[in-house]
Design a protein around this ligand. Structure first.
Ligand code: SF4
Length: 115
């Protein structure tokens, strides 16, 4: 029995079928096949959000995970995001939280915030 997934790698949103041998069909490109296998074996997500900022000028700092985190760790990561505070000056790519929620992935700023 195959599992049906929607590929989220690009906006085209191909409908994938992944069989019990991890053969993927329905993908329009190799990235979809890789996504289908990954989603069955070890589903992961890149998260984007904002954290509070200590600046008088900026109330929040946009952030994202520097890589993908396991889907079952997303809630733990979001709890850590909610408790994080960015200290200005912040430069794009600065690590706001290292090894967030023990995932081995850092939370990084996605823009400069300089008072
Ligand atoms: S299979 Fe390829 S073309 Fe289709 S949604 Fe995924 S990345 Fe986009």
């Amino acid at each position: 029995m195959a599992i049906e997934l929607t590929c989220i790698v690009c906006p085209r949103g191909c409908r994938l079928l992944v069989d019990e041998n991890l053969n993927v069909t329905g993908n329009s490109c190799p990235r979809g096949a890789a996504y289908g296998k990954q989603e069955i074996m070890d589903p992961r997500r890149t998260l984007t959000s904002t954290v509070r900022c200590d600046s008088k000028q900026f109330s929040v700092c946009p952030v994202k995970t520097s890589g993908t985190v396991p889907k079952d760790k997303v809630l733990d990561v979001m709890k850590a995001v909610n408790g994080a505070v960015a200290k200005t000056p912040v430069h794009r790519g600065d690590i706001i939280v290292k090894d967030i929620a023990g995932t081995g992935v850092d939370l990084v700023a996605t823009r400069d915030l300089i008072d």
